[in-house]
Design a protein around this ligand. Structure first.
Ligand SMILES: [Zn+2]
Length: 195
């Protein structure tokens, strides 16, 4: 959500468009990760590539307990909470998958949305997809819903999920391969089956 609880409208995007933007980023920073299904190194992307790739700096700060991350468009910064940052680098942490999803969500805001948002706008991290004060927005023009759709596809590219499913992988195995939560892998697989 934004600082004033109103979510700005952004140009509509198909989920395929968003996946294409994610794949282009992976090709630039982690091309190896496209050769076979694997967990993209988001800690490294965040710390080593964010600045040259997208012009953003990152900071780790205390944030309100319900905020995992925040994108500040005016000062070109991503702020992560200490909890999110710590989990991002710790595969054994119970918050590992969620932290990765949060960071991928914020990457969408800076790669896709920042140029459309007013200078003062900040986007607060909210990877759960709860909709607040934005019933006037269609899902395709809602930056929070777009960012969740992007994050799922960035972390779990369609062709790689399809490959694993053909090989008979379980949801648990898919979650493990991509470094996402069981819930995120389950949602991704089910949404692909609905197509
Ligand atoms: Zn967001």
């Amino acid at each position: 959500m934004t600082s004033n609880n109103k979510v700005p409208r952004v140009p509509s995007r198909s989920w395929n468009d968003l996946e294409g933007i994610g794949l282009a980023i992976r090709q630039r920073v982690a091309v190896e990760s496209l050769k076979e299904p694997s967990s993209i190194d988001l800690a490294s992307l965040f710390e080593a590539d964010l600045k040259w790739l997208l012009g953003y700096e990152y900071q780790i700060k205390h944030l309100p307990s319900d905020v995992e991350a925040m994108t500040l468009c005016k000062s070109k910064q991503i702020i992560l909470s200490h909890e999110t940052y710590d989990s991002l680098g710790d595969e054994s942490s119970s918050g590992y998958g969620r932290a990765r999803f949060t960071v991928a969500h914020e990457i969408c805001h800076i790669a896709v949305h920042a140029k459309y948002l007013r200078e003062s706008t900040s986007l607060r991290g909210e990877s759960s997809g709860i909709r607040l004060n934005r019933s006037f927005l269609k899902p395709y023009e809602d930056p929070e819903i777009q960012a969740n759709a992007f994050a799922a596809r960035f972390l779990m590219p369609t062709f790689q999920v399809e490959m694993l499913l053909r090989e008979g992988a379980t949801i648990n195995e898919i979650a493990e391969v991509f470094g996402v939560s069981y819930e995120a892998a389950c949602y991704r697989v089910n949404s692909m089956k609905k197509k």
